[in-house]
Design a protein around this ligand. Structure first.
Ligand code: 5GP
Length: 200
């Protein structure tokens, strides 16, 4: 099976990684989103099967135990997992896969697929992240401080990543992400089969 690009996008909550991912997906039709399974309750307008497959804990554990996940982790008290079958299906269809997952998942995917491209999205500075978190809604100062401490912990895992993208000016960050993805499509392991064909 040809192996496409695996593009992992990570970053603390409020940093804008989901918006960056959405821009990449809409600009690149050969890129598809990995839809995770989660036990977290559905929020607002979320549709089952779009951002997530929503399952109960029993179903999640059953999938985990039969090793249906390429990675899984507990995040904020809920389980999240990436189905291996979806990666294989995407590759069969000649597609690349984008993952919006946390750093624990990024580590597991890099162990399993060392050629995956892992990107850490950072805020330009911690003050900006704090004001973005404050602007998001009605969280208490205590909750915001806890989120900031968690963000620091996540950013401190930077050695897991191949690229660090600062999301200060959004359009600039989109350009950088696109450049990374474009370069990843030209990596040797992605182009090797094509080159073998050229030679034959
Ligand atoms: P949310 O519930 O707010 O959509 O996501 C919470 C966190 O879980 C985010 O950091 C998100 O990237 C992460 N996440 C979503 N899906 C997965 C997954 O399949 N595996 C892992 N490890 N993290 C995930």
């Amino acid at each position: 099976m040809d192996r496409g690009v695996l593009l992992i996008v990570c970053g603390p909550s409020g940093v804008g990684k989901t918006s960056l991912g959405q821009r990449l997906l809409s600009a690149n039709e050969e890129l598809t989103l990995s839809v995770s399974y989660t036990t977290r309750p559905r929020r607002g307008q979320e549709v089952d099967g779009q951002a997530y497959h929503f399952v109960d804990e029993e179903r999640f554990k059953e999938m985990r135990d039969r090793e249906a996940f390429a990675e899984w982790a507990e995040v904020h008290g809920n389980f999240y997992g990436t189905p291996t079958a979806a990666i294989e299906e995407a590759w069969r269809d000649g597609l690349d896969v984008l993952f919006d997952i946390d750093y624990q998942g990024a580590k597991q995917l890099k162990d399993r697929y060392p050629e995956a491209t892992a990107v850490l999205v950072t805020p330009p500075d911690m003050k900006t992240l704090a004001s973005r978190l404050r602007g998001r809604g009605t969280d208490s100062e205590e909750v915001i401080q806890a989120r900031l401490a968690k963000a620091r912990h996540e950013l401190a895992q930077y050695e897991l990543f191949d690229f660090i993208v600062e999301n200060g000016e959004f359009e600039r960050a989109v350009q950088v992400m696109q450049s990374i993805y474009t370069a990843a499509r030209h990596a040797r392991h992605v182009r090797a089969e094509w080159l073998e064909e050229l030679l034959s």
